[in-house]
Design a protein around this ligand. Structure first.
Ligand code: SDX
Length: 376
């Protein structure tokens, strides 16, 4: 038995060829390609192909992969009625966790977990999650659903279905870059959850559903919503420093900062900061960006020495706000992207599986007597 490590800190629990992180140097690579090069040159669909196949696609392969995903933009018969029966005030993360699970009941063979079957289900979930989110948002807002447009990419089509208008090239590109940056990230808690579930030879739907439940937590994917709440609470750029120092003095965590692996700047935050500035300037939201940089400056002085820097969630909040996403869709957008990573890890786990069953350090009593009720 290995020594107990709380929160599995420092424990190596799987092998992967998908993403590499150097937490000290602030490096993230997908199949060896630096995340910055992918953010600049790739697309979300191409990045998912890279993660799942271990190499960049040729043009024809990318076209075929993209076409396969677009076949699944539409929901299976019966799912729309199921969605429109949900309470309008359901929280989007609860909705998407529930509806991904429900997709399994519209699959003739949901438990198929050979590699080709897992890949088919992965493509199906990848294509349908944006539609589920956009449909639900329009339904809860009392607006007519907008059918998916299979001539559009995942990023463009999501914004189109959400807003009933084609996004500008800038907004579509920004959305796509965010999906690339959020696609995979080593053995984060939600990816660990997915791999743990499939390691019992369960199924893709169960693994992705478990991962969504994990990502919802504010210590994980839910932080981007917390960042936006914080930015809205701070009344002015000048008030940022005091706000942060007061929270730190109460030992409150500042959302969007810190990381279990990165003890340096999260390279994704580097790119999201540039994107946030550009979009904030384009959309008249520079106050959000300036508050963010004021928070960052205060944190740099107060806690950088402890290795606490902005993580992926800090500048994604401003970026998503400027793209026009409602606050409670910030984390669901993380789901859209991370389905790419989760599904890849599920397929990888099944390619060389061993049931996840860690040990536990028992701290309770031994040889305790069973005391009859009358004597308790
Ligand atoms: C994601 O794992 C991944 O890869 C996740 C992710 C991905 O792509 O999948 O990168 C996405 O989840 C990013 C993280 C989003 N979460 C947040 O922004 C929430 C705020 N962050 C913290 O809760 C925290 O930094 C964690 C949970 C992210 C990491 O925490 P750890 O590794 O368990 O570190 P810790 O809580 O033990 O903190 C160590 C010290 C403590 O101080 P001391 O008690 O030693 O004095 O650092 C402090 C903490 O108080 N600290 C913070 C802080 N994060 C850590 N202090 C203030 N604000 C923070 N955000």
């Amino acid at each position: 038995m290995t020594a107990y490590s709380k929160g599995l800190e420092g424990v190596v629990a799987a092998e992967t060829k998908m993403s590499f992180i150097d937490g000290e140097k602030g490096v993230l690579e997908y199949v060896g390609i630096p995340i910055g090069d992918l953010a600049k040159n790739s697309t979300f669909e191409e990045t998912v192909f890279l993660l799942w196949n271990g190499r960049l696609p040729k043009a024809a392969e990318l076209a075929a992969f993209t076409a396969e995903i677009r076949k699944h933009y539409e929901l299976p018969a019966g799912m729309e009625q199921r969605l429109l029966a949900l309470p309008r005030d359901a929280k989007p993360m609860h909705m998407i966790r529930t509806m991904v699970s429900a997709l399994s009941m519209h699959d003739q063979n949901p438990d198929a977990n050979d590699a080709p079957s897992l890949r088919e289900r992965a493509i199906s979930i990848l294509g349908r999650v944006p539609t589920l989110l956009a449909y639900f948002h329009r339904y809860r807002s009392g607006m007519p659903l907008v059918r998916p447009d299979t001539s559009l990419s995942i990023a463009e089509n999501f914004l189109y279905m959400l807003n009933a208008a084609r996004p500008t090239a800038t907004m579509a590109k920004a959305m796509d870059v965010c999906l690339v940056l959020h696609a995979d990230h080593g053995l984060n808690n939600s990816t660990f959850s997915a791999r743990s579930v499939i390691s019992t030879q369960s199924d893709m739907y169960s693994a992705i559903t478990a991962a969504i439940g994990s990502l919802k937590g504010p210590l994980h994917g839910g932080a981007n919503e917390g960042v936006m709440v914080m930015l809205n609470e701070i009344p002015s750029v000048e008030a940022a420093e005091k706000y942060v120092l007061d929270k730190l003095s109460r030992k409150d965590k500042i959302m969007g900062f810190g990381h279990r692996i990165y003890k340096s700047y999260d390279p994704r935050a580097t790119h999201l900061k540039v994107l946030a500035k550009q979009l904030a300037s384009d959309t008249g939201n520079m106050a959000l960006y300036e508050k963010s940089t004021a928070i960052e400056k205060t944190m740099e002085t107060a806690v950088a020495a402890k290795g606490i820097y902005p993580n992926v969630d800090f500048y994604s909040a401003t970026t998503y706000h400027c793209i026009g996403l409602p606050l409670d869709l910030f984390t669901p957008v993380f789901v859209i992207a991370r389905v790419g990573g989760w599904a890849g890890h599920v397929i990888e786990q099944m390619g060389d599986n061993r049931l996840y069953r860690p040990d536990v350090l028992y701290k309770g009593p031994h040889n305790a007597p069973y005391v009859p009720m009358a004597q308790r």
